[in-house]
Ligand binder design. Structure first.
Ligand SMILES: [Fe+2]
Ligand SMILES: [Fe+2]
Length: 458
């Protein structure tokens, strides 16, 4: 376990922002590039240090609600949410553009009848659908930001992200200066980065100029124009040391540090992002953390180690943000290609966590929680000797929760049945001590809950 002295919040949030990029289907580093560009723009806005500090985190976390509408996008548009979201970022809100986009991206893999029915449904209810999707994303994002101890300025910046200067945005149709300044900057840099990554600085500026006065505050467009005379700002966005540069531009007087309690809140916030992705994983990370803790307590882990393990369990599935909902929520067996994508999530999770000094040592759990003792797990087919006890605990908790929760293709099992199913895998997939510890811990938890119920009833 890593020592947690002098951990900078910007390092933790900056690295976790990669998880948001993959959820949005963006080239990794999108949130960092937005932060970099937005902070340079904001130097011209005359903001004080406190405002700059809040803007910094708003820009890094603008997409924190992004996973919460993924399942709905997938269901409504019969599309892969990651590809859909990625492609939608290029669309202006003019009707012909939106129509062209919807026709090209809706129900592409469905039969003609289903495709037409879906398009007609969208054509009739499109405005309401868009409002609802954005409302969910923004409100959820603002709530998660609050969980992570950010103030109302940051929450409001996230809440207003999709509002447009001329009032044509969502979800409230706020207009002009009624829209949070942070949101006005964040939306502009979001569009600028998407077009920058496709066509360079000129393409970015041209797109932003073309939406000036409609999507964007003309004053902020002018600040971007001034900035675009400085090629170094754009070049830095492609530089491998961008993470260090972004860390270095955090307002110095207000560099925020993270203690153990705060790390717990950040892990809980990101667990909410992971769990919001699919209706079938609602609460999964929280429960895996709880069951892991029950096992660790039974095995006599000291409190500090239990705390570390709860955090690792909260983040074990962070790589699932990179798996489309068309696969996660599929009602039926995944095909070969879909399995390949599901099997990527441990490695994706490992690669996100390994970037963060404070969370690096839990990357191994994210990376190997689907390995099996008999070597038939994924992604690496590790053997018994290579799978540590911490990972075995989380794997046991994960399997138990998967069996006792509803899945797209089957109903939840009662705990006793789940234990029987797991017993059959002891020694091949599941560690015997971990399963025994889970049974003992679960029975104790049930008896405590039952006596609580009795107390409340009496
Ligand atoms: Fe997993
Ligand atoms: Fe899981």
């Amino acid at each position: 376990m890593a020592a947690t002295e002098a951990i900078h919040l910007s390092d933790v949030v900056g690295a976790l922002s990669y998880a948001l990029d993959i959820t949005e289907g963006q080239p990794v580093g999108h949130s960092l590039r937005c932060c970099w560009l937005g902070m340079h723009i904001a130097r011209q806005a005359g903001l004080d240090e406190g405002e700059l500090s809040d803007l910094y985190y708003t820009l890094l976390l603008k997409d924190i609600g992004c996973s919460s509408n993924a399942a709905r996008i997938c269901r409504l548009y019969l599309a892969d949410d990651l590809t859909f979201k990625q492609a939608y970022k290029f669309v202006d809100s003019r009707l012909p553009d939106v129509l062209r986009f919807l026709i090209a991206n809706t129900a592409r893999k469905s039969g003609m009848i289903e495709r037409l029915q879906t398009l007609v449904h969208i054509a009739r209810n499109g405005g309401e659908i868009a409002r609802e999707l954005i409302e969910t994303r923004c409100q959820r994002g603002a709530d998660i930001a609050r969980t992570m101890r950010f103030n109302e300025r940051v929450a409001r910046g996230i809440l207003d992200l999709d509002e447009h200067w001329d009032g044509s945005g969502q979800p409230l149709g706020r207009q002009g200066a009624d829209i949070s300044l942070f949101a006005r900057i964040a939306l502009l840099v979001q569009v600028a980065d998407v077009f920058f990554m496709r066509g360079g600085a000129e393409a970015a500026l041209a797109e932003v100029e073309s939406r000036s006065g409609r999507w964007f505050d003309p004053a902020i467009v002018a600040w971007l124009r001034t900035l675009s005379g400085n090629p170094e700002v754009w070049q830095a966005m492609l530089s491998p040391d961008l993470p260090a540069r972004v860390a270095a531009i955090e307002p110095v007087a207000l560099v925020r540090e993270v203690d153990e309690d705060y790390l717990d809140d950040i892990a809980a916030g990101f667990a909410q992002v992971v769990d919001a992705k699919s209706p079938f994983t609602a609460g999964h990370s929280d429960r895996v953390a709880l069951f892991s803790d029950l096992i660790a307590a039974e095995l006599g882990y000291p409190e500090q180690h239990r705390r570390w393990l709860r955090r690792a369990a909260l983040l074990h599935d962070i790589g699932k943000l990179g798996v489309p909902n068309s696969i996660l929520d599929k009602n039926g067996k995944p095909n070969e290609e879909e399995w390949a994508q599901i099997r990527r999530h441990p490695e994706l999770g490992r690669s996100i966590l390994v970037r963060i000094a404070a969370l690096k040592d839990m990357a191994v759990i994210a990376g190997s929680h689907h390995e099996r003792l008999d070597g038939r797990g994924y992604p690496h087919g590790l053997g018994e000797a290579e799978i540590g006890l911490d990972t075995r605990i989380v794997t046991t908790a994960d399997i138990f929760d998967a069996l006792t929760a509803d899945r797209p293709y089957r109903k939840a099992m009662p705990a006793t049945q789940a234990f029987a199913v797991m017993q059959a895998d002891v020694g091949t997939a599941i560690d015997p001590d971990c399963l025994s510890a889970l049974k003992r811990g679960f029975i104790k938890m049930q008896s405590v809950t039952a006596s609580d119920d009795l107390r409340h009833a009496s």
